[in-house]
Write a protein that binds this ligand. Structure first.
Ligand SMILES: *Cc1c(COP(=O)(O)O)cnc(C)c1O
Length: 346
């Protein structure tokens, strides 16, 4: 049984991706993306999004976000994001570094979601020559707190941004989970609602090693090949990135795994939400449960080997493509037991 709910990137590579990587491991192939798997993976992504777009694979979400923003912004620009945004809290300044100075402007955001009111606040900030010029909005789908923007929300936010000539970047580390939750086509929450550049997460969804940077704005993609190379993100054996994508995109495995991870999170939530002392901190719309548990309960669970991270004032319980119903039910029982025994000792 797996007791690890620390992160969806603690899980391994899904079987569909692994099988295709194994296939790619026979014989020789050209390097740096000039191989059949890499051409095929990019074509699959274009087909999935039902549009002509530029696709680049990079090693991490941090690289994808930072290089995407660097393609959209100049050093004297500013980027609006939620205060919970991964680019603001967890990327060691990579966006500022790769943009050579663009400022991040974090806004208070409920469940990690930016609002029109938030963007209005940003638009009303001083914007003379002494301030960084606002040039981009960064949204996360699903958010760092497990919430999912609806297509209408995305359309309104990017409409507001584009009216002011700001670009829209979407951090989609869990984009697949959002597609699964909304039961919509990838296009419905990307280019059709105004997203200029998408960081399409593969790693957490079982593809193992890479993220796909998808440029719907082709002008922003100009010379990106050089930017990726200079940043050390052009993998020489690229086929082991792209073959995983081929495997996961074939027969809809990417969506199946995301939907499964979402279901596991919802299952856990439903088993624990009515227990005494359990306080849900965010909606469960993707593959994480954000909850406050009594400190004594967390201590008992951890001493029993259960793994989960502290997050804000509570904890973050992440499910993955590899979580099983058995794991979920065992964890729910362990939480229940810990609550019961903690109440007895009080
Ligand atoms: C995991 C994650 C990333 C990517 O992080 P890396 O560790 O750099 O791959 C980006 N954004 C969000 C919201 C994430 O959860």
């Amino acid at each position: 049984m797996i007791k690890d709910f620390g992160s969806d990137n603690h899980a391994g590579i899904c079987p569909e991706a692994w099988a295709m990587m194994e296939k790619a491991n026979s014989g020789y192939a050209d390097a740096y993306g000039n191989d059949d798997d890499s051409f095929r993976a990019a074509d699959r992504i274009r087909a999935l999004f039902d549009t002509d777009c530029e696709v680049f694979f990079v090693l991490s979400g941090t690289a994808a976000n930072a290089l995407a923003l660097a393609s959209l912004c100049k050093p004297y620009h500013a980027i609006v994001c939620a205060d919970a945004a991964h680019i603001y809290t967890s990327e060691c300044g990579a966006p500022e570094f790769f943009t050579h100075g663009s400022r991040l402007i974090p806004l208070p955001a409920r469940d990690g979601k930016l609002t029109i009111a938030g963007l209005q606040t940003a638009a009303a900030m001083p914007n003379g020559v002494h301030q960084s010029k606002l040039a981009a909005v960064s949204l996360t789908q699903a958010t760092e707190l497990g919430a999912v923007y609806r297509p209408d929300e995305l359309r309104a936010l990017s409409g507001f941004a584009h009216d002011r000539s700001w670009k829209v970047q979407l951090d989609g580390a869990r984009f697949a989970n959002a597609c699964a939750f909304l039961n919509c086509a990838p296009a419905d929450i990307s280019w059709k609602v105004g997203v200029d550049v998408l960081c399409f997460g593969g790693t957490k969804n079982g593809m193992g090693l890479s993220e796909a940077l998808v440029f719907f704005d082709k002008v922003a993609a100009q010379e990106f090949a050089y930017r990726r190379k200079q940043a050390g993100q052009l993998a020489s054996k690229m086929r082991f990135f792209s073959s995983a994508w081929c495997g996961a995109l074939e027969n809809g495995a990417w969506l199946k795994h995301a939907a499964h991870a979402n279901r596991m999170a919802l299952r856990l939530r439903q088993r624990i939400e009515n227990l005494p002392g359990v306080e849900l901190l965010a909606p469960t719309e993707s593959n994480g449960v954000f909850v406050r548990l009594p400190a004594a309960v967390c201590a008992v669970l951890r001493s029993d080997g259960w793994l989960f991270q502290n997050f804000n004032s509570g904890v973050r319980i992440m499910c993955s493509w590899a979580s099983t119903e058995t794991d979920i039910d065992a964890f729910a029982s362990a939480i229940t037991d810990a609550i019961v025994s903690a109440r007895k000792t009080v």
